[in-house]
Design a protein around this ligand. Structure first.
Ligand code: ATP
Ligand code: MG
Length: 383
């Protein structure tokens, strides 16, 4: 891969040199400019892949620079990061509105944040999002709605519907993952140990052969963080790299995000082929889902990629499908019946629901839902 070029625009020489050194250490080619005007000239002349700009420059405001760069075809696609000594909300908002992808304040955390942001922005390319296996993320607005059980059981159903397909499940719920206890995996490997590995080691081949095979579940598992302590050590800058490698070696990559919506998981949601939105029938979950859906729409997530599942995890009472659709303003694609203690029973025996209770009507719902979700993902990818 050719070296990526990063432009730093900052009037403060010491700050510029400091950032330049840490970036050069990571094998980026670094170019520098000391004013807004110089920065614009360099951006158009030197074709950097990304620019880090102090928005508080004397000659041109960062917002103006961003506006000019976004208007010009040569630089309209170049990601911009604001690195600023101004922590004010007003400034942050005006910069993000002007086209900066991220706003980082100069603090002790700045270098770490900057590195994570750069890796993420470079990681999310067309090649990653539109190629390889189909990416499905499972998310909910509230805990306990059944997201992890749905993710594991639907992955199992996909694999049962398409025995030839390679299916991977990734648990990204922080601070503690819960797919491993559902499927009965007790090994040492998890998302924290994997992100800790050298980038050269986490190849598609590695994921093909080294992710534990969950046998009756029909998928390979990348387990979640085992405890909050470990989740603090998660190297989030590596996530896209790993998702990319997984997509190269699996036909379906299902990621359980649960309610862990964050800077790390938002890009996964934005670039997923299908978003499985799990909703339970209690009013508080439904109203939180409405807020979540509004937020995601504002972040460019299209309704066509959402597959909403109403899961009657809380019993027979609660809102109807029609009520929920009206409140959230999204069509509900599937309704999972209340499975009383059977679901918890299957989970605690580490067994897929449809193998434990093949005659239950929910088994058909699982199979149909899996079929519809894969068909939707394939259809959207082909568009
Ligand atoms: N349709 C259902 N009928 C009955 N019980 C259900 C149903 N869906 C989920 N459950 C039960 O609800 C509990 C929570 O499920 P699960 O762990 O999958 O939810 P979650 O949204 O992933 O929760 P968390 O926020 O802890 O990650 C489990 O005991 C599960 O068996
Ligand atoms: Mg969960």
């Amino acid at each position: 891969m050719p070296e990526k070029k990063i432009l730093i625009v900052d009037a403060d020489v010491a700050s510029r040199n400091f950032i330049a050194r840490t970036l050069a250490d990571q094998k980026y080619e670094v170019i520098q400019a000391g004013s807004g005007k110089e920065g614009l000239i360099s951006a158009w002349r030197d074709h950097p892949d990304l620019a880090i700009i102090d928005p508080t420059l004397a000659d041109l405001k960062g917002e103006e620079i961003a506006h000019k760069l976004k208007q010009d075809l040569r630089t309209s696609a170049m990601p911009l990061i604001a690195l600023s000594s101004d922590p004010g909300m007003v400034r942050i908002k005006s910069c993000l509105d002007a086209g900066f992808s991220e706003y980082i304040t100069k603090s002790g955390q700045a270098v770490t944040l900057l590195n994570e942001t750069i890796t993420r922005l470079f990681g999310i390319t067309e090649a990653v999002t539109k190629q390889g296996g189909l990416l499905m993320v499972f998310l909910s607005a509230k805990g306990g709605t059944g997201t992890s059980s749905m993710c594991a059981n639907l992955a199992m159903s996909i694999s049962q519907n398409q025995p030839e397909a390679r299916v991977a499940v990734v648990d990204m719920v922080l601070p503690i993952g819960s797919i491993a206890p559902i499927v009965g995996y007790e090994g040492p490997q998890n998302i924290v140990t994997i992100t800790d590995m050298h980038p050269g080691e986490t190849t598609p081949e590695f994921f093909r052969t080294e992710l534990p095979d969950m046998h009756i579940w029909g998928f390979n598992l990348l387990a979640g963080s085992p405890d909050p302590e470990s989740s603090n050590r998660l190297k989030v800058g590596r996530i896209w790299d790993i998702v990319k490698a997984l997509k190269e070696s699996y036909d379906y990559v299902l990621i359980d995000i649960g309610r862990s919506l964050s800077k790390i998981t938002l890009p996964l949601i934005q670039h997923a082929d299908v978003i499985a939105l799990i909703i339970s029938t209690d009013i508080s979950t439904v109203s939180l889902t409405r807020t979540l859906w509004k937020y995601l729409k504002g972040k460019g997530v299209g309704a066509s990629s959402v597959y909403a599942i109403l899961n009657r995890a809380v019993g027979l009472e609660g809102l109807s499908k029609v009520d929920a659709e009206k409140m959230i303003e999204i069509p509900i694609n599937a309704t999972m019946p209340y499975l009383s203690s059977n679901f918890a029973f299957a989970n605690s025996h580490h067994q897929p629901f449809i193998l434990k209770f093949p005659m239950d009507t929910a088994t058909i719902v699982f199979q149909d839902t899996a079929r519809e979700m894969t068909a939707l993902a394939r259809k959207l990818r082909a568009e």
